[in-house]
Design a protein around this ligand. Sequence first.
Ligand code: COA
Length: 200
Amino acid sequence: MELVKGEKTYIKKLKREHIDLMQRWGRHEEPLFYCYNFPRMNEEQKDYWYRNKTLWFSKKCFVVFNNCDELVGYIALRNIKTIKRTSELGIVFDPSNIGKGYGTDGLKAFLGYYFRTLKMRALYLKVSVFNRRAQRCYENAGFKLLATVTEEFEDQSLPIFQEDCFIPYRHFFQLDGERLKCQFINMVITRDMYFSRRGR
Ligand SMILES: CC(C)(COP(=O)(O)OP(=O)(O)OC[C@H]1O[C@@H](n2cnc3c(N)ncnc32)[C@H](O)[C@@H]1OP(=O)(O)O)[C@@H](O)C(=O)NCCC(=O)NCCS
């Protein structure tokens, strides 16, 4: 069942069969984005991945289709606080379908579902300082900057300080002992921010 519709996309709840479609997604060529490549999995791993995403009250996962009914994106709510009515956003789109406006459209539509249907109060996210494309997408959807922080990078195996191709990005990173850390931007959109842009 379609939960909400944008102009270029529509959103559904994640189902087990969607994982097979996500296995056909393209791959990021840029090493900084390798950690967003959807993992190739056997049937058992897919079952485990699906259970892990759907078993917990603190998580909700969704998929984004374009108007040609292709599954182009994945949106996750993590750390859902049912009393405070807040959560954290995770968003990953098919590398073959990025930069086509689906992320912004899907996220805008999703925010309607988040604030109007789920009646949540705020949505938080964390984005790497180097990830300008994601930041643009979030700004376009109405998120605002909260703080810049230094935290562990998702992909600890990335050879930032070993390989020359990373020289332009090194200033975003630092080594804390053995741990690779990166600068991140924390962003938020609240219910009031959403409705003051859109109207009730
Ligand atoms: C982040 C992501 C979900 C955005 O979805 P998308 O469909 O690619 O985004 P859109 O096409 O809707 O919009 C991208 C915006 O960034 C801009 N943009 C694209 N490439 C850019 C770049 N290299 N630098 C700066 N801006 C860029 C586009 O112009 C557009 O902004 P505009 O509408 O103001 O012109 C998607 O790119 C993705 O999955 N990336 C890999 C995973 C990831 O980074 N996830 C977020 C982790 S916090």
